[in-house]
Design a protein around this ligand. Sequence first.
Ligand code: AMP
Length: 391
Amino acid sequence: MDVILVVNSGSSSLKFALYPLTEGNGKPLLSGVVSGIGVNPKLSAKLAGKSLTVKPPFDNIAKEATHDSLIKALLEKLESKYDQYQPVAVGHRMVHGGNLFTKPSKITPESLQQLKSLIPLAPLHQPHSIVAIEAIAKNAPELLQIACFDTSFHRTQSKIEQMFAIPRALTEEGIIRYGFHGLSYEYIASVLPEYLGDQADSRVLVAHLGNGTSMCAMTDRKSVSSTMGFSTLEGLVMGTRCGLLDAGVILHLIQEKGMSIDEVQKMLYHESGLLGVSGISSDMRELEESDHPDAKQAIDLFCHRAKEEIGNLTSVMNGLDNIIFTAGIGENSAMVREKICEPLAWLGVKLDLQANQNGEGKISAEDSRVGVYVIPTNEEATIAKSTRGFL
Ligand code: AMP
């Protein structure tokens, strides 16, 4: 059976999934994730939704395994152990398309050079995707490769929305607000009719709350605004990233505290957010279980910033009809959803507390003016769908 291989190459993880060529129920035939790359890599995998005990080479991942060696092992494994599935194309998640890529694109030697030129815009994400592309080109050159971008979905935003108030020449150079998590938002936009019916095209705020967090304001299921801008740092509090930060803080750290650029980068991307504030963990589950006051304060700040940005995006949309929670925290933490929604009563948001505990589908009360929903995201299904379009 011909299949599409979806690859999502993160800084310390490699997610993969096999999808049929025909659009099925959005579920993969086989999927897995190698986490802890560079530290202690381990694999978990599922076959048609069921956990899988994975045989070598995967249950034997070398400590020094890299994205490159894992892709090679994955291709070999598919050929030797899952030969009922023959990949004919690979869809990659690419974090940054800059202003060069506004829709999914076939990867050619020329476009690969363009993708490399965007590394400075996403230095922690883009290089891993490029390694995966090159590893596939080397080990399975016959495969069609497609890049799908987290930034594309937001290109419907107005020019004003994408601008910073900096000298015009810099804006023209591409220092603009790109927005991210677009593959997740595109998936949510595609399933809104199932959940909202004739409200699908209303003013919808999607809160993608995972390790990375952002919000997207949509009308007519298109992005009109988002909380992430030029890099994956802006906006909400994240697992280890800071979100909103006065640019003057960065100048102060460099000029007055003598921090190097690398030190500042490490602090902003890896030592801030929930981890930085709590000093305990970047993982919301651990913070919820902790009774340390700093853990509580980290959650409070996370929810406070979310509440602030909901006000911001509501104003951009001239109102709000529906809120969607998605991704790890958005889908699973009833506590966070309640803490964010409870102070929004003035806006017409009222949760059904029991439905919020159940955490599936509609969670707002019958008399809530604004509908609130939990919808699981599926970035891989978006990538598979876009890749199908090239076959
Ligand atoms: P993601 O990046 O979408 O995989 O989301 C990861 C985040 O989701 C981490 O902060 C996890 O702690 C959080 N998460 C996953 N499951 C739960 C849960 N049951 N309760 C609270 N947070 C959760």
